[in-house]
Design a protein around this ligand. Structure first.
Ligand code: GLA
Length: 642
């Protein structure tokens, strides 16, 4: 590990049966030795609490700690994540192991921080969970009459007499119930984490941070809520088919950076290949290197690899690793070693130039894309067309905007938007009154808001708004949606932005104010059409800013034109103009004017970037232009401070 320039290792996240081989009997000698040995080689440690894999003695003696799936089947031992997230007994055991670990390592100077559990995933539908969901609903609605009203339970005779009658499901139920179940699951994961956070905090130095590792677009819970109780965000970055989608990966980093609106960790990356895809092809040579620097460019303060060495048996024998079962390096080791050497070189060069630590510098964006768990849930419960993919919408906007703005934040629809010149809100389906008010205030104060199709349709209870879309924003827009349509064939669109089409979703719009402009119109059609000549996008200046509603899912070309237009409205310029397509430029700055640029050629053929004036930190030379071979990386400290 030291030879590979590694400075941190994560351990322990599934090692419960080794830490506590029998109830109340703890064995930490092996972990003491591991931490000491790592320290001897200048490697810091992140400790994982082992609660994603309870030991057999625990679940066989206390089967009530095992999770129950939606169809009523209780989990068995032998896989992982088999616990019930509501079980009070499980939480007692979890708090105890976390507390024993923290008592032992909470003040160990070689322990940097904690990862609680591992990839929180599967909720439980056991009796305790049902009981707690009913209590949660009771607290939220106060009376069953209020719940009946807001859920419109008269429909299909769903009317409830008391909270205990309410079914507990995550599918085929009233949309309000489904949305509340997701919120309940979120709150339950929060209290699940808090249980262990309290146990660690009571025994650990404040400098040791606490996180958990998440799975990018996973919609199992609201990641913004969960991260309120965590110190930093961390995620696991995998491309199971071995093909890096650099644009998508960029969006995923920005999504994770948005959880706490600060730098994050990549807790796991694949060394070559995984074992859980359809075809577990390996990333080609050089792409692991490219991914590591891309993570740093987007605000990662650490990049870790899962896993170091193959376990001889167990479910993940085929997963990529840095060492083979014989304990010697496999080919990808050399690439990871190069990454480590470069991180070291860049850190040293920056320190010499008076920059301080790269971890004090972050990406700073003037453009944001909003992400709303309420909206993705609401749409996924009732997609109306299987082709409408919320994440696809967010990333369609991202793919068009990121190359132009070079830095983009993906943030919660509830975030403070003051710093942004332009905000995109793809499919902001659930629009609570408070969010509508904040967005209106944002526009009034000079912001440029672009809403995507399906926005402003639902209220906080997943009920249809009593006004047409975009609901409480229709007045500011000076227009509304007349009707929405799922499409089974492309519909042409034309207008000031150019020509293109929509093939997934189309909403016909109507302007209601003389100051509302039609930005795009549905084109002519051969046969009968709901669309021909009807507005597809409206825009209106409002206060000091503008509000735009795009009622169609746009093809790539039209989306790119919309992005150019919107960024122009907000006077957003790229950090460096003229960066060729396929080359990504990322900036981290520290608020004192110091900046670092990371440039990556994501394509296969070499490219030249002009207009660069600074020091290439990997070669130590002054540069005014950079030549990048396919998949190559440059790290530049620009001469001018900003
Ligand atoms: C997840 C888990 C790891 C491992 C990897 C394999 O990210 O956190 O324990 O199973 O997947 O890719």
């Amino acid at each position: 590990m030291q030879d590979a320039h590694m400075t941190v290792v994560r351990v322990g996240e599934f090692a419960w049966s080794t830490m506590e081989p029998a109830e109340g009997h703890f064995e930490f000698g092996w972990l003491d030795r591991a931490i000491e040995l790592a320290a001897k080689h200048h490697i810091m440690v992140v400790l994982g609490t082992p609660t994603a894999a309870p030991p057999a003695w625990l679940t066989s003696k206390y089967p009530d700690t095992l999770r129950v799936d939606e169809d009523g089947k209780r989990a068995e031992h032998g896989n992982r994540q088999q616990f019930s997230f509501t079980s009070p007994r499980y939480r007692e055991f979890a708090a105890r192991i976390a507390s024993e670990m923290a008592k032992r390592y909470g003040h160990n100077p070689n322990v940097l921080g904690w990862q609680i559990d591992n990839e929180l995933a599967a909720p439980s539908f056991d009796d305790q969970a049902k009981h707690e969901f009913h209590e949660w609903l009771h607290r939220r609605y106060g009376t069953i009459a209020e719940l009946n009203r807001r859920w419109t339970t008269a429909y299909w005779s769903q009317t409830y007499d008391n909270f205990d009658e309410i079914p507990v499901h995550s599918r085929n139920q009233n949309p309000a119930l489904l949305l509340d179940w997701k919120r309940f699951v979120t709150d339950t994961w929060v209290s699940y984490l808090q249980n262990q956070i309290q146990a660690i905090r009571a025994n650990a130095a404040p400098a040791q941070w606490i996180t958990t590792n998440t799975m990018h677009w996973n919609t199992g819970f609201d990641h913004y809520a969960v991260h309120r109780v965590l110190d930093i965000a961390a995620w696991d970055d995998y491309f199971p088919d071995g093909h890096l989608d650099a644009n998508l990966n960029a969006a995923e980093h920005d999504l994770v950076r948005g959880y706490k609106r600060k730098n994050f960790w990549v807790m796991e990356t694949q060394p070559g290949h995984v074992n859980w895809g359809g075809v577990n092809a390996s990333l080609p040579p050089g792409v692991t290197h490219e991914m590591a620097w891309q993570a740093v460019g987007h605000g990662a303060d650490a990049v870790l690899y899962w896993q170091w060495r193959s376990a001889l048996n167990g479910q993940e024998q085929y997963h990529g690793s840095l060492l083979g079962p014989d304990g010697t390096p496999v080919p990808i080791y050399a690439e990871v070693q190069q990454i480590g050497a470069e991180f070291e070189r860049v850190n040293q060069a920056l320190a010499k130039n008076g920059f301080g630590s790269l971890t004090d510098a972050s990406p700073h964006a003037r453009v944001a894309i909003l992400n709303s768990y309420d909206s993705v849930w609401a749409i996924d419960f009732q997609r109306h067309t299987s082709k409408f993919d919320y994440v696809g919408q967010v990333t369609d906007f991202y793919r068009a905007v990121e190359p132009l703005a070079q830095t983009v934040d993906i943030v919660s629809a509830d975030a403070d938007l003051g710093q942004y010149a332009v905000v995109f809100a793809p499919a902001l389906n659930v629009l609570p009154d408070a969010t509508a008010k904040r967005l209106t205030d944002y526009v009034r104060a000079g912001g440029h808001l672009v809403l995507g199709a399906r926005s402003g349709m639902k209220d906080v209870d997943n009920a249809l708004q009593p006004e047409r879309q975009p609901g409480r924003l229709a007045e500011a827009l000076g227009g509304h949606v007349v009707q929405y349509y799922a499409l089974d064939a492309p519909v042409p669109i034309a207008g000031t932005l150019g020509e293109g089409s929509t093939s997934v979703w189309a909403e016909t719009l109507a302007a209601t104010s003389p100051t509302t402009k039609v930005l795009m119109t549905y084109g002519p059609s051969q046969g009968p059409s709901w669309f021909a000549g009807k507005p597809a996008a409206l825009t209106r200046e409002f206060g000091k800013g503008s509000i735009t509603y795009v009622g169609a899912t746009l093809d790539k070309g039209l989306m790119a034109k919309l992005a150019v237009w919107a960024l122009d409205e907000g006077s957003v310029k790229p950090i460096v103009a003229g960066v060729p397509a396929g080359v990504e430029l990322m900036e981290r700055s520290n608020g004192k004017g110091d900046r670092v640029w990371i440039l990556i050629n994501h394509g296969d053929t070499s490219q030249t970037v002009n207009g660069i004036d600074g020091v290439d930190l990997l070669t130590g030379t002054n540069v005014s232009q950079i030549n990048l071979a396919g998949h190559a990386v440059a790290v530049v400290q620009p001469a001018a401070k900003r």
